[in-house]
Design a protein around this ligand. Sequence first.
Ligand code: DAH
Length: 343
Amino acid sequence: MAGFLDEIGPLKEAALVELQAAADLGELEQARARVLGTNGKFTALMKQLGALPKEEKPAAGKAINAAKVELEAALTSRRAELELKSALPREPTDFTMPGRRRAIGKLHPLTQVTEDIVRSFRKIGFVVADGPEVEDEYHCFDALNTPADHPARDTQDTFYLQAAAANAPAGGGGLLLRTHTSSVQIRVMEKQPPPVRIIVPGRVYRRDNADATHNPTFHQVEGLYVDRKVTVGDLEGTVQFVFKELMGPETRIRFRPHYFSYTEPSFEIDFSSSLTRKMGKEWLEIAGCGMVHPQVFENVGYDPEVWTGWAFGFGIERIAMIRYGINDIRLFYENDVRFLGQF
Ligand code: DAH
């Protein structure tokens, strides 16, 4: 009995040292097996308990259980220490380092410019209208007084769709990707009686090879105003208001005579500002416009003797390029965040 009880103390002390010495969870598990495992030293001692004389068992059992509880507590606390240690970074934390930030997204520069344009027009009573990008020849050309032999309908600069014949709406001609947003003028006037005050931002398509100033798809804003007694003066005043808002208060506008089949008279709009001078030019061409052709009104069932109006169209990319000093249109479509993050 004395021998048995004497063994418990030193064995326990040695086991405590061994558990404490484990440097990581793997070593701790090995130490646990050596002490408390099936073939462990402490387990072996407990097995000897059965061989003791009956009257010695209670005291011996009590002593050995107390030692076991102590060892298990030591094991649990060392395990907690080592778990914490393994969860902590190996390097000390430098609390003076800058934190990690989630990058905040931004609107694409073309979206920003479009929203600015829309905001200006809303101030003077225009609403945004929309139309299909897959359009029929009638709405894209014929209804806009653009006959079948007009160069704009040439396969050279227009994407016609193969499935067109089968799916084309009755009387609409073949289907194509719209070459301009002017088709939406027709769709809106077909649906509502005058007066009309709309702008139409949207995507258009042309068979252009991509280079610094061309891309097969780009964006336009169309405007249409129809009411009684509308004049070129209304057109010029509106364009001036919007461009001053967009490009700065010292912006000047000039109209040059031009030809579009859906307006008469027709003009090209040039503008001049510090931005154009930065690009080495006094005047830069920016838009096409004119007074809505009477034939267009006939085509949508408006009486051209009663109703008058103007329309214009311009490219959003071009405005954005001038505004931000961008010299290659392709940058807008590459989705390089180093470029997009600057706006
Ligand atoms: N549709 C023309 C283009 O794509 C732009 C345009 C010119 C629109 C004159 C108009 C307009 O509404 O009246 O180049």
